[in-house]
Design a protein around this ligand. Sequence first.
Ligand SMILES: Nc1ncnc2c1ncn2[C@@H]1O[C@H](COP(=O)(O)OP(=O)(O)OP(=O)(O)O)[C@@H](O)[C@H]1O
Ligand SMILES: [Mg+2]
Length: 125
Amino acid sequence: MKLITAVVRPERVQQVKEALFQAGISGITLSRVSGHGGEQSIVEHYRGTRVMVEFHDKVEFRMAVSEPFVQAAIDAICKGARTGEVGDGKIFVQPMERVIRIRTGEEDTAALTPVTETKLTPDHL
Ligand SMILES: Nc1ncnc2c1ncn2[C@@H]1O[C@H](COP(=O)(O)OP(=O)(O)OP(=O)(O)O)[C@@H](O)[C@H]1O
Ligand SMILES: [Mg+2]
């Protein structure tokens, strides 16, 4: 299992979501973040301290996936997020030790498998 974190442009969020859903990945957390990449920073002095001023609005996707979905997730994120211009973002892949589905107590890969036996209504999501 891996935890995949991807930082992308806000305007590409819809395309990334669609590509992930097409790849069969539906357990996703999204956050608005602000970030700075590898570019040269413009620095300003504030009360004697040097501070970076160019932070950009980005969106961070986080998803825990089982091994067979790792490359598919990476491909989907790249497909949805790439414009070819600087600032397209980055994907980080980390080992994931444990996952627990709170409702059932299922663990690890079982906890990552989509729930099919329950009738899903918006209240369940
Ligand atoms: N090493 C890093 N650690 C944590 N977050 C990062 C790192 N590199 C990039 N990010 C995040 O990703 C966002 C987008 O990064 P960005 O695409 O500019 O990376 P880059 O390395 O500068 O590549 P590019 O040359 O394509 O711009 C940043 O604003 C930041 O939120
Ligand atoms: Mg950059």
